[in-house]
Design a protein around this ligand. Structure first.
Ligand SMILES: O=C1O[C@H](COP(=O)(O)O)[C@@H](O)[C@H](O)[C@H]1O
Length: 282
């Protein structure tokens, strides 16, 4: 069953109306009427996780993706979040990066810098972007080394069941083909499980070279949010969430299954339009 719930946002406004529910094994679903409501709910969610993590660990280790996600995080730069979030405690990482210069329009770093990081008081030394002066392979190795150092000092927590990093939050978008980070359908990179960070040189979506977290790292996070908007992604949302049977090879987005962490889907109603609501419960 799918329930209609009304909730207060960070401004105490009772205006926000969303469909929310829990899928029996695909996590929590938050379905919004429009992008404005989705953006407010996403900002509330991130601000709450930040507060809880800072209280518990003294820091908040968050990994971003690129694409439409950053625009949907825009409310974090506005009141009340710009003043209430403890930005000095944030440590920023990327779930994936494209093999281009940081000044290039395709750079996930540039997108986040322009859309978020330059607008809030993040400590520059806490921004751990992927080195754009190295080859994709070298950059992946270098990034994994950086993450290993920060796991050692517990700036990034560590999984209870493996030696994987346990990010406080990994934010993912999803392409219309069901890719997340730079993990594309049917790509051998989906099987990478010895590395934390890996690379590809044949991305079906340009640019071809990319650096990406592997699935074990994504699935070791304390919290994973997949943020998806638009009708063009409705079929992939259906295939990633609904029980579609064995005839459909699992999309990368379906392989996002945090082992111990919590998975939340932020959808607009267009992206959610092909979901089977009989599979939700309150
Ligand atoms: O190429 C990428 O695509 C996905 C999805 O992007 P969107 O614009 O369709 O939301 C993104 O999450 C990933 O970080 C990026 O490198």
């Amino acid at each position: 069953m799918c329930v209609l719930s009304r909730s207060l946002d960070a401004r105490g406004s009772p205006e926000r109306m969303a469909l929310s529910g829990v899928h029996k094994d695909r996590g929590e679903l938050r379905i919004h009427e429009n992008l404005d409501e989705l953006g407010t709910d996403l900002a509330d969610y991130i601000a709450e996780l930040s507060e809880a993590s800072v209280k518990e660990r003294g820091v908040f280790a968050i990994a971003l993706s690129g694409g439409s996600l950053i625009g949907l995080m825009g409310k974090l730069c506005e009141a009340p979040y710009n003043k209430t979030v403890d930005w000095a405690k944030w440590y920023i990482f990327w779930a994936d990066e494209r093999g281009v210069a940081k000044t290039h329009a395709d750079s996930n770093y540039k997108l986040a810098k322009d859309g978020l990081l330059s607008k809030v008081p993040i400590v520059p030394s806490h921004v751990h972007s992927i080195n754009d002066s190295l080859s994709a392979e070298e950059a992946a190795n270098d990034y994994e080394f950086v993450i290993r150092q920060l796991v050692r000092t517990r700036t990034i927590s560590v999984s209870d069941i493996s030696d994987s990093p346990k990010f406080d939050l990994i934010l993912l978008g999803m392409g219309a083909d069901g890719h997340v980070a730079s993990l594309f359908p049917n790509h051998p990179v989906l099987d990478a499980n010895n590395e934390w960070v890996t690379f590809i040189t044949n991305s079906p979506k340009p640019p071809p070279e990319r650096i990406t977290f592997t699935l074990p790292v994504i699935n070791s996070a304390s919290n994973v949010a997949v943020v998806v908007a638009g009708e063009d992604k409705a079929e992939a949302v259906h295939l990633a969430i609904d029980d579609v049977g064995p005839d459909h090879p699992p999309l990368p987005a379906r392989m996002v299954q945090p082992t111990k962490g919590k998975l939340v889907w932020f959808l607009d109603k267009l992206a959610a339009s092909k979901l089977d609501s009989s599979q939700f419960s309150e």
